[in-house]
Ligand binder design. Structure first.
Ligand code: FUC
Length: 754
């Protein structure tokens, strides 16, 4: 029997191989995380879900279901004190007919389908089929938990909420709530509503002195859960918005008036309109066909190629961003929005020296521009308070900057990270560069770009020979504090480039634009040091043994665009020497950044080597810099501990390997590793508001390419091989780096190559 099944798998595998990349037939579990047992550990095993502001971690027990949940504005701290992002609460559903200690039945399966953003759990016990479906809806702003069974009266359970700050739960009828306030005066509330089909429900006192819902003999049931705080991102309103009470009850009233299938349909439609914008297929490998649980595939990965796991992690990054960053809300923090502690590592905050920026690298290239807004809005919301703080540190200066650790009220701690705000506003420029939305640039982006530029106009120090240096900077997070640190110089270079291009795009402020360009030309430029490395400091003191996780002096290579192998080959080579010295293994986000660096160096194989290092199954949960990062069984990135930047940075890196556009042209397959010889990607975006509707390759060669021009910009396309346009191009040329095609485009039109 076993043998026959194995043979069947191989037959299927060969059939799929024969179809090649064109067939795009994939096993149904290619966008699925799954396991044969419930989660024991929050950080490493539970599966996340979220609607951008509210989300949960699901354990999936058969006797006791546990869902830990968060709302991303629940923060202690204020404008002066960083505080920390807080856990919100836990939902427990104790099934009274099942023994908590019993092992789950062999039929048990829990899965997270990232194509639909639905978690499901199913198992058969004593002849009854149990099925659960969970999701967090953005349109209806609720978590929906739906339980069905193949037999009537199958469900008896007690349902409890637990407040992470100790408030007692209240309840009546079919509803439970937790509510309270934090030491900073922030008020919060979460409520659930139970809708049961068959059986009886009563609100009864629980053992802790609160209220629980007792449900007897239901055929099926649905729980709707939502939470809110009184946070507003307006400083002018003292960061206070609507009281959570009204928001929560209004949300539940509206959601409970809808039947489950209606809620489900609205959720899937909303989610897929974002998630479905990019498809990636890197071909089929046996590992994917074997239908193994995710942790088993991770274990096997070191020995066995599993291209679908590499692709799953890419799409998982997109799933996590959609789930933790939706328009109108706060940006994804160090843990996205998932946090079960009131004292989480690094406060689960917004770190400004790599982490929050990395969270958003994927937003534009992977067609999730809409998910970028929370970060852009966050930057905007911080301006006034950061100006006040900056004034205290640098009296009389224009503009503003930030420290390394930041909360949602502008409070900050750890050292000043002077180029932090300049790095923030790169995101504003990138949003424009990709989308070409002039109204956004004029009304929202440009004033912010300008004030941060003014900060540097005032802050830079002019040496006698006219050179401009950033005074007393610190390369994160090591080395001396001194003038002209490469990290500062490169970020300021990037800011000035972005400012000049923004002023040009809007046709405004010509004299100031010229002044900024002149400053940019006078900036001290990073140098090449005695062992051929790109110097991290003005003094040539880089240590070849230094394997520090930060490689901030390579900002100009990525995410900046100061250095490239085509325009500044010497600097690109120096960056490569530095990278080789830093090594290939590191903490989670550091590896994700390195994949991006190697992609920018057009070395797909080296990028892929680090990508393979990244897919390294890590256990444990303590803060650890030394033992190397990777991923946990739930595919959360391990710094360690869990940090989401690595997940999101990984997805950005995969996009960067397949498509780049930072250097003025669209480069297709700029860093394709040998391991990805065949594949197809649809929906990646390029600067200039182009969408790569289709890109297919075989044996490393492109054989189909379709580009949609969304704004009618002129297009320059670069490919390592010659490709044939299905229309007349204005010009084409070739050199050692490949073939370049230039053509004008019309907005909304598709351009095909073969
Ligand atoms: C920076 C990094 C650490 C960690 C922390 C959240 O300080 O150096 O590695 O990622 O942020």
């Amino acid at each position: 029997m076993m043998k026959i099944r194995k043979m069947g798998q191989w037959l299927l595998f060969f059939q799929l191989i024969q179809h090649g990349a064109t067939a795009q037939r994939q096993p149904s579990h290619d966008l699925m995380l799954w396991d044969k047992k419930p989660a024991k550990e929050w950080m490493t095993e539970a599966y996340p879900m979220g609607n951008g502001h509210f989300g949960g971690m699901v354990f999936g027990g058969t006797a006791l279901e546990h869902i830990q949940f968060n709302e991303n504005s629940l923060w202690t701290g204020d404008e002066e004190n960083t505080g920390a992002y807080q856990a919100f609460g836990d939902l427990f559903i104790q099934f009274s007919d099942r023994d908590t200690l019993a092992t789950p039945p062999s039929t048990y399966r829990r899965e997270l389908d990232i194509k639909k953003a639905i978690q499901s759990i199913h198992y058969t016990e004593k002849g009854i089929k149990y099925q659960r479906e969970y999701f967090c809806s953005f349109p209806d702003r609720v978590m929906v938990l739906h339980f069905t069974a193949s037999k009537k009266n199958a469900y008896s359970a007690s349902i409890r909420l637990k407040d992470a700050h100790g408030a007692k739960e209240t309840g009546s009828g079919k509803s439970l709530s937790i509510a309270g306030s934090l030491e900073n005066g922030m008020t919060y509330k979460a409520s659930l509503l139970l809708k049961n089909q068959g059986g009886k429900v009563s609100a009864t006192p629980d053992r802790q002195g609160g209220i629980q819902l007792q449900m007897e003999g239901a055929d099926s049931f649905t729980i709707l859960l939502t939470a809110a705080t009184d946070y507003s991102n307006q400083r002018s309103q003292h960061w206070k918005g609507a009281a959570p009470d009204a928001v929560v009850s209004q949300t539940l009233t509206v959601a409970s008036s809808k039947q489950y299938p209606i809620l489900l349909k609205a959720h899937v439609l909303d989610y897929q309109q974002l998630f479905g914008s990019v498809n990636l297929s890197l071909g089929i490998t046996p590992a994917a066909i074997q239908n193994l649980p995710t942790y088993q595939r991770l274990l096997n990965y070191k020995q066995t190629a599993d291209l679908q796991l590499e692709q799953l992690l890419f799409q998982y990054g997109r799933y996590l961003l959609i789930s933790s960053s939706r328009k109108g809300g706060l940006p994804a923090n160090l843990q996205g929005l998932w946090n079960n502690s009131n004292n989480p590592p690094w406060r689960s905050d917004y770190h400004s020296n790599i982490n929050i920026q990395m969270n958003y690298w994927l937003a534009e290239p992977t067609n999730l521009s809409e998910c970028h807004y929370p970060y852009l809005d966050y930057i905007n919301s911080m301006r006034e308070v950061k100006k006040d703080h900056t004034q205290k540190e640098y009296p009389g200066i224009r503009g503003w900057t930030v420290k390394t650790e930041n909360n949602i009220f502008g409070g900050e701690s750890f050292l000043w990270n002077t180029p932090g705000s300049a790095w923030y506003v790169q995101a504003i420029w990138e949003h424009y560069a990709f989308k070409r939305d002039k109204a956004f640039l004029r009304d929202f982006g440009y004033p912010i770009l300008k004030e941060v530029t003014e900060f540097w106009d005032d802050h830079l120090k002019r040496r006698i020979d006219g050179t401009l240096v950033a005074p007393m900077g610190w390369s994160p997070e090591h080395g001396p504090t001194e003038d002209g640190v490469s990290y500062d110089q490169e970020i300021v270079y990037d800011l000035f480039s972005n400012y000049v291009e923004a002023a040009d795009a809007l046709g405004v402020d010509k004299p100031y634009r010229d002044h900024v360009l002149d400053m940019r030309e006078h900036l001290l430029k990073p140098k090449i040091g005695k062992w051929g490395q790109l110097q991290e400091w003005e003094t040539d003191r880089d240590d070849m043994e230094d394997q520090h996780r930060h490689a901030s002096h390579l900002f100009g290579l990525h995410p900046g665009r100061q250095f490239s192998s085509t325009e500044t080959p010497d600097m690109a080579n120096a960056a490569k020497v530095s990278l080789l010295a830093r090594g290939d293994a590191s903490t989670g986000w550091s590896m994700a950044w390195k994949i991006n660096f190697w992609a920018r160096l057009h070395d797909g194989d080296h990028a892929h080597t680090i990508l393979r290092n990244f897919i390294n199954l890590v256990g444990g949960d303590g803060v650890n810099y030394k033992e190397g990062g990777g991923v946990y069984a739930n595919l959360f990135c391990a710094h360690p501990p869990f940090q989401i930047d690595g997940n999101l940075g990984y997805a950005a890196a995969v996009a960067e390997m397949l498509l780049q556009s930072q250097a003025g042209s669209i480069e297709i397959l700029p860093a394709l590793p040998k391991a990805w010889a065949n594949g197809r990607v649809q929906g990646l975006c390029a600067r200039g508001n182009f969408e790569i509707a289709d890109l297919q390759w075989k044996d490393g060669k492109v054989y189909k390419l379709s580009i949609i021009s969304r704004s009618g910009a002129d297009c320059i396309l670069h490919s390592k091989q010659s490709i044939k346009a299905g229309f007349k191009t204005d010009s084409s040329s070739n050199d050692a780096s490949g073939f370049t095609y230039r053509f004008q485009t019309k907005a909304g039109k598709k351009y095909d190559f073969f």
